[in-house]
Unconditional design. Structure first.
Length: 284
């Protein structure tokens, strides 16, 4: 049973994971490389829990307990102290992930589960940076974490069955549904989604369709709750581009080669909701 969790990376994904864990009664240490990043992540959590209090969804006592369960730090030693599980939620860089996992391997007790929130990268390759690949697993959450119910649980080449079972139980404990995935690029969902995002961007880039019509078409024609362009703006155009580049590099398949529109939008700082403008314009 996971009683204490360390989340590495206080961005949107890391803060979301920390929030749902704290709401489920788990003590969380949110760690990042700079105090400003940590405080921003903690602020995000306080904001969302505060909205629940304002809307009467939780009591003041529950609000205070949830917020009190999340601590922030920049110290590896403090972050890993007494934890049962570590979830890495940094950007998609194999070098960075391996460095974090090597550090966790040195500082965490032997029974700690080491997990990556990677959306595309090989769990086995990440695990190779440790001396305990049997304790390494993938937990791919979806954005926004508090709202999205799915977690892909990925078994590496050497992941122990007991670690998989414990990870699935953890997902259930925080209100998520887990599906088991093989360690292939993109796992299950992103192998589909990356193609959908790339096709949408290419159609817009080539003037074949508008963002609005693509989204409306998928929502009304395929019963999607959100259109692919809306999702890209929510997740971040840069994040989608990085995922596609990773898929293209790992598979060598032309269908995953990122649309030229992504790099153009990144140069123009049109990253989606977080910059106020992506495929659509937003009020900051």
């Amino acid at each position: 049973m996971i009683k204490k969790l360390c989340v590495i990376g206080a961005g949107t994904m890391g803060a979301g994971i920390a929030q749902v864990a704290a709401e489920s009664g788990i003590d969380v240490v949110l760690r990042d490389v700079e105090a400003a990043f940590v405080e921003r992540g903690l602020g995000t959590i306080r904001k969302f829990i505060g909205k629940k209090l304002e809307k009467g969804k939780i009591s003041q006592e529950a609000h205070d307990q949830i917020v009190g369960r999340v601590k922030g730090t920049t110290s590896p030693e403090e972050g890993f102290a007494g934890v049962d599980m570590v979830i890495e939620a940094v950007f998609e860089s194999m070098e960075l992930k391996q460095r974090i996992f090597a550090e966790a391997d040195r500082l965490c007790g032997p029974s700690v589960i080491l997990s990556s929130n990677t959306s595309t990268m090989s769990i086995s390759k990440i695990a190779s940076a440790t001396g305990r690949p049997e304790r390494v697993v993938g937990t791919h959450f979806f954005s926004p974490v508090p709202a999205m119910r799915l977690v892909e649980v990925i078994r590496g080449e050497k992941t122990d069955a007991a670690v998989i079972d414990a990870t699935v139980e953890f997902c259930k404990a925080i209100g998520k549904t887990a599906i088991l995935c093989k360690d292939v690029p993109g796992f299950i969902v992103n192998r589909f989604l990356c193609l959908l995002y790339n096709e949408a961007a290419n159609q817009i880039h080539q003037g074949l369709a508008t963002a609005q019509d693509i989204d409306l078409g998928l929502k009304l024609g395929s019963n999607h709750l959100m259109g692919p362009v809306e999702i890209m703006d929510m997740a971040g155009v840069d994040v989608v581009n990085n995922a596609l580049k990773a898929m293209y590099e790992m598979t060598g398949e032309e269908r995953y080669k990122p649309s030229p529109l992504f790099e153009q939008m990144i140069r123009e700082n049109r990253l989606g909701r977080k910059t106020g403008r992506g495929f659509y314009a937003y009020d900051k």
